[in-house]
Design a protein around this ligand. Structure first.
Ligand code: SAM
Length: 229
């Protein structure tokens, strides 16, 4: 069954507002409900993709909290914090390390309208000192209560929505796909619309089929393939 035009329009309009220059890096964040909640906030704000370094021998696991957001915000895994930090820096992102250091600034005084990565630390022990030392800027969300820190997913949501607020105020939130590399855009749209067909194409090493203006696949494919997203 072909994709409904309404569904295709919705996929396109969400992808058109994705921001490749806003992301999070999770350093040893381990609890499924936290990883899931962070990805859900990333999806809500328009983050294109997220990054994580897992504890040795652990895989990021999602639960119902994610509400499927892991399908729309891929989580790239890296072998070490240093490797992840180097890659994000190479992509031109300014790295904001979340910790309560003396040099950390109130997040409301920072400008997140440019390329931004929020680096968040583990539930128990926070951001490692070695990673904190590699950040462009330490930031904190001021606390007024008895407890010293927020839950990591709450901290992530607070920062991501502040970045979105600032970008909306500055009029720099993409609306027509300009936040996604133009070479990647058609492939991403195809993967969102037809994940099973996309995976079959990758397996057999062929390019994705062309789509019509309404989002239908413009060629005859093997009958076993599921055409719905
Ligand atoms: N005991 C840990 C510490 O001292 O850092 C607490 C870790 S906290 C539960 C987990 C992560 O949430 C932190 O590494 C940071 O990324 C984020 N976080 C929590 N509260 C924060 C705050 N007030 N400002 C900025 N980030 C915060």
């Amino acid at each position: 069954m072909p994709l409904l035009p309404r569904r295709y329009e919705r996929l396109r309009s969400v992808l058109n507002r994705r921001m490749g220059n806003l992301t999070v890096l999770l350093e040893y964040v381990d609890k499924p409900h936290n990883i899931s909640a962070i990805l859900r906030s990333c999806d809500a704000v328009g983050v294109l993709e997220a990054h994580a370094v897992s504890l040795p021998g652990r895989l990021p696991i999602y639960n119902d909290t994610a509400q499927g957001s892991q399908k729309w915000v891929p989580l790239h895994r890296h072998r070490s914090p240093t490797e992840a930090i180097a890659l994000l820096r190479q992509q031109g992102l300014r790295l904001y390390g979340t910790h309560l250091g003396v040099d950390s600034r109130d997040y409301r005084d920072c400008d997140f309208t440019g390329p931004t990565a929020f680096v968040l630390g583990a539930e128990k022990w926070g951001l490692s000192e070695s990673s904190a030392a590699l950040m462009d800027q330490g930031i904190l969300i001021p606390m007024q209560g008895m407890v010293q820190s927020l839950n990591v997913s709450v901290a992530a949501a607070t920062l991501l929505f502040e970045a979105l607020r600032q970008r909306q105020a500055a009029g720099v939130v993409p609306e027509r796909g300009e936040g996604v590399d133009p070479e990647r855009y058609p492939n991403l749209l195809f993967e969102w619309a037809y994940p099973q067909v996309a995976s079959w194409c990758r397996q057999i090493g062929r390019p994705y089929p062309a789509l019509t203006e309404e989002g239908a696949i413009d060629e005859q494919l093997p009958r076993h393939l599921k055409l719905r997203c």
